[in-house]
Design a protein around this ligand. Structure first.
Ligand code: ADP
Ligand code: MG
Length: 433
């Protein structure tokens, strides 16, 4: 039997033990959506069978194994629980950068999984039981921060990548594409993106609605309201450190965790969706960035090439996912598939992709500020600085007693510099204390 997927153990367990610095696999959960009314009317049978909680059977001799497999009968709440998003939220509160992304063919249920179904009409609310992973995480997070000892500042940004251009879904002015930049400290980021501070669940839900209503979607044969863009909503979480120590290097980025939700536009065969004209251009852009994503995933998996260049720069999507896939983030992928036999070739491609993705590892890294360094590390640093101070004092004493007049100017310069350095060390010692 062909069995693919994570060979052993629950990847979630690694995170519970603390992901800091250790190789952590990308977690992959598979969701099979229920048959649609159209598919049922055609008299279709499901081509997929869930055998157990972690295995998907495609045929008697082809099966795929994931962190969790959820069939069409599973509710939105089941999915939220199986994905372990609360744990990702906890990690984000501890300063880690976490990403949840959905992946799969157009019409496979990605948007439904993340944000629930669209409202059935103007002013018709979506029942809470159908809320997606995002709303459930928001509700959990806003409740969670109320029970923390220290105050938390929450901010959100929401963007879409449409035809290889980044658009701010929360912008106040007239929309225009924004540049993606890179710095050593921040990695890839979107310049001038609006990041909005919020203090309540209602305010965050409003931001989500604003973005969802602006996001580009259109109707085609496989999906009535198909997302035509990749959308990234990021929650930025900052907490003052418990020891209130100012960072030694003021050039460091602010301490803070991130929780990012990525709703990828679906991969599609242009012929199957009947895309023409503008739709075809969109489909090609979508497919190109998904291809770039697939290429990066393949290279990340190749042990020989992992150290080498990964072409994250090939698309905006891969740039913005670089940290989630190859870097220091903690990542969860929710692969979505349709049970329809008509979609089987696309479904197999999603399953292969997802199955390979769970062999990718990242090295999650928490905040770098000295305020959250373990006490042992601070102590070691203090000892080192003390030793350095002693050494510098000794050198200064030597100079006072031995400096001959002929070298006066040079020595005065050296002394000034050494005094400067000494002062810095003393200040640093003071801060560390
Ligand atoms: P995608 O984002 O992958 O293109 P959608 O999330 O838009 O797909 O889902 C396509 C259609 O299927 C939508 O009408 C959606 O409401 C429906 N759907 C998807 N998943 C489910 C589910 N688990 N239960 C009920 N309906 C679903
Ligand atoms: Mg969608």
């Amino acid at each position: 039997m062909e069995e693919r997927g994570s060979p052993d153990g629950d990847p979630a367990r690694n995170l519970e033990q603390g992901p800091e610095g250790s190789e952590t696999p990308i977690q992959v959960v598979l969701r099979v959506r229920p048959m649609s009314t159209v598919e049922l009317r055609r008299g279709e049978q499901s081509a997929l069978h869930c055998s157990g909680t972690r295995t998907l059977q495609v045929s008697p001799d082809v099966a795929f194994r994931f962190g969790a497999v959820l069939d069409g009968a599973r509710t939105q709440e089941d999915v939220f629980r199986a994905c372990g998003v609360k744990r990702l939220g906890e990690l984000a509160l501890r300063g880690f950068s976490c990403t949840v992304f959905t992946f799969g063919q157009t019409g496979s249920g990605k948007t439904y999984t993340l944000t629930g179904p669209p409202p059935q009409g103007e002013g018709v609310p979506v029942p809470p039981s159908l809320a997606g992973i995002m709303q459930r995480t928001f509700t959990w997070l806003l409740d969670r921060v109320q029970h923390l000892d220290s105050p938390v500042t929450l901010r959100a940004s929401y963007l879409e990548i449409y035809n290889e251009q980044v658009w701010d879904l929360l912008s106040l002015g007239s929309p225009r594409p924004l540049p993606v930049r890179w710095t050593k400290a921040r990695g890839f980021y979107v310049e001038q993106l609006r990041v909005v501070e919020f203090g309540s669940l209602e305010a965050l839900m409003e931001l989500l609605q604003m973005g969802l209503s602006r996001r580009r979607s259109s109707s085609h044969t496989l999906n009535q309201a198909s997302s035509r863009s990749h959308a990234l909503l990021t929650l930025h979480i900052s907490r003052p450190t418990s020891q209130q120590v100012p960072p030694v290097d003021l050039g460091e980025p602010p301490v803070g965790g991130k929780l990012c939700f990525v709703d990828l536009a679906g991969s599609e065969k242009v012929a199957a969706t009947g895309s023409q004209g503008q739709l075809m251009l969109e489909a090609n852009s979508i497919n190109r960035s998904l291809l770039a994503l697939g290429h990066c995933i393949s290279l990340l998996l190749d042990p020989q090439r992992k150290q080498n260049h990964i072409p994250f720069r090939d698309s905006k999507l891969t740039k913005l996912l670089a940290d989630s896939l190859g870097g220091r983030g903690v990542t969860l992928m929710v692969a979505c598939v349709s049970p329809s036999a008509q979609c089987l070739p696309e479904t197999l491609s999603t399953l292969r992709y997802a199955s390979r993705a769970q062999r990718i590892t990242t090295r999650p890294q928490g905040p770098k500020s000295p305020g959250v360094k373990p006490p042992q590390q601070v102590e070691n640093e203090l000892l080192r600085l003390q030793e350095e101070n002693r050494h510098l004092r000794f050198q200064l004493d030597q100079m006072h007693t031995t400096a001959p007049g002929a070298h006066g100017a040079r020595m005065a310069w050296a002394q000034r510099n050494l005094y400067g350095m000494l002062q810095e060390f003393m200040l640093e010692n003071e801060r560390l204390r």
